[in-house]
Design a binder for this molecule. Sequence first.
Ligand SMILES: O=P(O)(O)OC[C@H]1O[C@H](O[C@H]2O[C@H](CO)[C@@H](O)[C@H](O)[C@H]2O)[C@H](O)[C@@H](O)[C@@H]1O
Length: 272
Amino acid sequence: MRTPQTPAGRTGLDAILARPAEALVALDFDGTLADIVPDPEQARAHPGAVAALAALAPKVAAVAVITGRPADVAVRFAGVAGVEGLDHLVVLGHYGAERWDAVTGAVHAPEPHPGVAAVRAELPGVLGEYETWTEDKGHALAVHTRRAADPQAAFDALRGPLGELAARHGLIVEPGRLVLELRPPGMDKGVALTEYVREIGATSVLYAGDDLGDLAAYAAVEKLRVQDEDAVPGLLICSGAEVPELAARADLALSGPGEVVAYLRGLADRLA
Ligand SMILES: O=P(O)(O)OC[C@H]1O[C@H](O[C@H]2O[C@H](CO)[C@@H](O)[C@H](O)[C@H]2O)[C@H](O)[C@@H](O)[C@@H]1O
């Protein structure tokens, strides 16, 4: 297992190793547990990811997946339902607005924000001739530019107009890796992570992510670990280097899902 580059990260890892039964391991899906692929419908967990999670989960307080995907889609694409060892897995979808519990197999979701239907109706007019693909996630709409001739140019050109469209209907734009997501405000991965840490009484946390949407979870861990009382030591892992803002704040930089999975497997072996 690689050693974290920062003192805070080393403290976080030491706390996880000292009291694993009180540790939360929380992971993003796309780009962290699953390789980035051109077609979002084809994203699947990296080979070995499910086995690594199943080996790790019984040795820690909890394993959670926190994703921008709808919870049921992440469960399906990750292939984590009904897996021995993952009987208590939690998937927090739509940046924490939705929740799937392995124990019940049920998804708890909020009522759809009315702005989503309005944005859905107006979106084609804003996208015009841009080469995009829209992922309709029910509670949110994600406009992907990865398959455009110039993906970054399309992303940059659409950011303003999509921001205005979202704002007109009470939504926000969540930028990601060549995706602009129009979604309801009020929930982010940081809120979701902090609430789950409190819910299970975790005394340490590992969080791994790869994208801008993971910055809120990073901020939550940074806040948890410096509290005067009840500080929760934490280890922040960055998967890949495509988002420099995230890599700069990580305690440990890994090359991508392959190394993340190997790290989780190494942690499980170490806890044995
Ligand atoms: O929070 P996450 O689990 O990381 O989800 C964030 C978004 O991930 C997906 O898009 C990204 O992955 C695609 C598949 O590899 C890729 O084609 C795309 O360019 C990436 O942005 C997903 O499609 C979105 O709905 C998620 O919000």
